[in-house]
Structures are given as structure tokens and as C-alpha cells.
Design a protein around this ligand. Structure first.
Ligand SMILES: [Zn+2]
Length: 263
């Protein structure tokens, strides 16, 4: 419903990552799967989760006597260890073991190193197309006798930076993940409670806004987004203020907000 409300085309979704099996993290999924079916999706859909989600979905399909137009591929992982669960030419996705009432993993999306850019001002007239193509891949060019013709660094500009995004929800404060997400571009971390409710946060294996900000500081994140606020907070500004006292570049995850990353 929310995806449609914010006009995000659901047919473009090929992979869905589920952190754990508390209802607020997957109950919307069945509706989404049927919406995809009604929109006549035919492309495969990949679901990444710990074991259990497959049973839940297959049971729904069985008892509603439904056969989807498309195939679902379940990719089940062990949430207790970091593991790369997805890789393509652009990025990898690895799990981040979290501490919660149920087995739970966050996800680290990491862009691979990008290719160098040709510096067109430096190109020499008469250069062969295949030599330019080779320079673009970051390779030096040699002649048939093995002598260096063109050094790639003389004709290219450094690649654009690679970005990363860590999604950490739901979890108690967990210093063990700091090394895995060090220098992450964008950190999403849950901040269910304020520090005044720290005991409640510990009991329910959630975090406070201060703890989320502390983690962002420890891992040297560039930007922090906090979310998953308890319904008891009608006003979210105090949570944001609490986090910003520790980590100033913090923002609230509110429905419909978008955050730009320079390309
Ligand atoms: Zn939960």
C-alpha cells in the first residue's frame, strides 16, 4: 500500500530482504506478492530471509489455492554470521548479525569499485578505438613487442566514489557490528526508544536514539537515519534531538522522505 502511495513501481522490485519474522517486518509482504500477481508480473522474485518465511508464504498460497504468475526464489540464510547473500556487477549485499528477541540480521549494501572515467582532454588523435576501450577498463596498453604505449593513469580520471548503506533493524545496541559497517555512507539504525526508556529498550532488545547515534559515531558513518519509533512518541523531534547531541548528521525516517546520495 505504501509503495503504491508513494508511486514506487512494484514491478521493478526483483529482490526483497527481510530482517526477521516479527509481523511488522513481513506482514505486508503477502499483499505485495498478490499485487504483483494481479499486475501480471512474470519476472522471478527473489526473497532473502532466514528460514521460516518460505513456510509462511507457501502456506498462504496453499490455503488460498493460489498459483502466482511468477516464480519466487527463496534465499534462506543463517542470521548469526555475516555472509554475502547477493552479488551482481554493481554491488554486494551481506548480512549483519543483530541482537533481537528473534533471530535477526541487518543488510549491508556495498557498491563495488567503479570503473575509471576517460579524460577526453588527454586523448591523442589517431588512438585506436580498442586502445581507448582498454584504457577505459583501467588496463595499460602495450604494442606487439610488449612496449608500453599508453598508461591508463595518463588518460583517465579516478572512479566516482563507491557508496554503502547499512540497514540495522531491529536490534539492541551491538558494538560488534562496528567493524563490518565502518565508514558506511548511510546508516539506518533503529531508535525505538529515548534514553529515558533505556531499561525498556534493553528488555525488548531494541535501541535508544542515543545508542543509534553512538553506533554511528563509532563506525564513522557519514549520515544516520533513525527509525522504528515506538508508538508512544507522538512527537519525534525529541528523539532526533537526542541523537543529534551525539551525531549531528542524523535524520528521521518518516514515511515518504527521500535521502539523496551524490552520484
Ligand atoms: Zn522486531
Amino acid at each position: 500500500m505504501q509503495l503504491q502511495r508513494f508511486q514506487i513501481p512494484i514491478h521493478k522490485l526483483d529482490c526483497i530482504f527481510i530482517s526477521h519474522l516479527h509481523g511488522d517486518h513481513y506482514l505486508g509482504l503477502m499483499g505485495l506478492l498478490f499485487s504483483m500477481h494481479l499486475q501480471r508480473r512474470v519476472n522471478n522474485l527473489h526473497l532473502y530471509s532466514q528460514p521460516g518465511l518460505d513456510e509462511i508464504i507457501l502456506l498462504h498460497l496453499k490455503h488460498s489455492n493460489s498459483v502466482l504468475n511468477y516464480q519466487i526464489h527463496f534465499h534462506l540464510f543463517d542470521p548469526t554470521i555475516p555472509v554475502v547473500i547477493y552479488e551482481d556487477q554493481i554491488l554486494t549485499v551481506e548480512t549483519i548479525p543483530l541482537i533481537h528477541k528473534l533471530p535477526c540480521a541487518g543488510f549491508l549494501f556495498k557498491e563495488k569499485t567503479k570503473s575509471v572515467n576517460l579524460n577526453k582532454d588527454k586523448l591523442i588523435s589517431g588512438m585506436l578505438i580498442q586502445h581507448i576501450a582498454a584504457l577505459k577498463t583501467g588496463a595499460d596498453v602495450y604494442d606487439a613487442q610488449g612496449a608500453l604505449l599508453y598508461r591508463t593513469s595518463d588518460f583517465t580520471l579516478p572512479p566516482a566514489p563507491s557508496y554503502s548503506y547499512a540497514f540495522c533493524s531491529d536490534t539492541a545496541f551491538n558494538e560488534k557490528i562496528v567493524e563490518q559497517i565502518r565508514a558506511v555512507t548511510l546508516l539506518y539504525h533503529e531508535a525505538t526508544f529515548m534514553e529515558s526508556e533505556k531499561a525498556k529498550a534493553h528488555e525488548t532488545k531494541h535501541s535508544t536514539a542515543k545508542e543509534a547515534a553512538t553506533l554511528a559515531t563509532l563506525c564513522n558513518a557519514q549520515k544516520l537515519i533513525v527509525g522504528h519509533f515506538s508508538a508512544r512518541y507522538r512527537e519525534l523531534q525529541p528523539l532526533l534531538n537526542e541523537a543529534r547531541e551525539i551525531f549531528s548528521n542524523t535524520f528521521l525516517a518518516e514515511e515518504g522522505n527521500t535521502f539523496e546520495i551524490p552520484s
